[in-house]
Design a protein around this ligand. Structure first.
Ligand SMILES: NC(=O)c1ccc[n+]([C@@H]2O[C@H](COP(=O)([O-])OP(=O)(O)OC[C@H]3O[C@@H](n4cnc5c(N)ncnc54)[C@H](O)[C@@H]3O)[C@@H](O)[C@H]2O)c1
Length: 277
């Protein structure tokens, strides 16, 4: 497969989950991939996995909260591969404590908000700022962000996480608006519940069953589902797609809020009516 043949990509948070699956997918489609993560060993291990599968990859540590390190996200791939075509901003701060402190709005902690925004939003937006001059010079470039269905509506928890992903959506549309006519495409993948190490750390078997009940496909999401979507968006097949937010959530957010109510109350009533008439 050669969807990304001749292209080069840099992926953040690529030592695990969706980022790792994307590194493997992009490389299997012909891209040379810079695999980056805050955990150096994970980045190196995934780069090695890519090479073992016959792909081209370099792995190195980048903390997306570190402004200087973000410059390396452009400089290193250009040094190693000659250019940068695809920037995939995917890293997520997973510090367990932060999630716990993000569940009661009356205890909303601005420090947690700032930490989450630093990684989830600024980590990608500032990295895009550094990548853009290089891409604009060539009149071509693809910037991807990983958003979340948490950004699409109100919630009872994750007040900082959901807000950070809503900010991501705004920047995706704005970068496309400012630079689209000059050859830059900026889009977001919007995952639902995906079985990654991050998700497995907090979801119990009961929660998995509840997610299955909400979804409208008969299995949980896999990192590869998002990697496949990201790969299409990164390829020239997606030339006409810009500034868009692409859900990949097993149909979880497709129904109207009252569809379940119809299922529970109205449909049984109609069924009853047809059997008695
Ligand atoms: N898994 C899901 O259900 C789900 C749902 C919606 C959105 N997402 C989004 O998908 C993306 C990937 O999440 P995942 O589930 O694969 O998580 P994951 O924990 O498996 O991977 C995240 C990676 O980011 C790295 N990371 C953490 N802080 C970093 C930093 N400061 N700099 C660089 N790397 C850093 C971690 O070391 C880890 O390897 C995130 O943006 C997340 O918000 C995931």
């Amino acid at each position: 497969m050669d969807r990304l043949l001749g292209k080069t990509a840099v992926i953040t948070g690529a030592g695990s989950g969706i980022g790792r699956a994307s590194a493997l997918k992009f490389a299997s489609e012909g891209a040379a991939v810079a695999v980056t993560d805050i955990v150096a060993e994970s980045a190196l291990a995934v780069a090695e996995e890519v090479r073992s599968a016959g792909g081209t990859a370099v792995g190195f540590r980048v903390d997306v909260a570190d402004d200087e390190a973000l410059k390396e996200l452009v400089d290193r791939p250009v040094r190693e591969f000659g250019r940068l075509d695809i920037r995939f901003n995917n890293a997520l701060t997973t510090a367990a404590g932060k999630k716990k402190r993000d569940v009661d709005f009356l205890e909303f902690d601005p420090a947690v908000f700032q930490e989450i925004v630093q990684v989830n939003v600024l980590g990608g937006v500032v990295a895009a700022k550094y990548a853009l001059p290089h891409m604009l010079e060539r009149g071509n470039g693809c910037i991807l962000f990983t958003s979340s269905t948490s950004s699409l509506g109100g919630d009872v928890a994750q007040f900082s996480y959901g807000a950070s992903k809503a900010m991501v959506n705004w920047y995706v549309q704005t970068i496309a608006t400012v630079y689209g006519k000059r050859g830059i495409r900026c889009n977001a993948v919007v995952p639902g519940v995906i079985e990654t190490p991050a998700m497995k750390a907090w979801a119990s078997p009961e929660m998995n069953a509840a997610f299955m009940a909400l979804q409208n496909v008969p299995r949980l999401g896999r990192p590869e589902d998002i990697a496949n979507l990201a790969c299409i968006l990164a390829s020239d097949e997606a030339e006409f797609m810009n500034g868009a937010l692409y859900k990949c959530d097993g149909g979880m957010t497709a129904p109207l809020p009252f569809a379940q109510l119809q299922r529970d109350f109205l449909l049984p009533r109609h069924a009853g009516a047809s059997t008695t008439s």
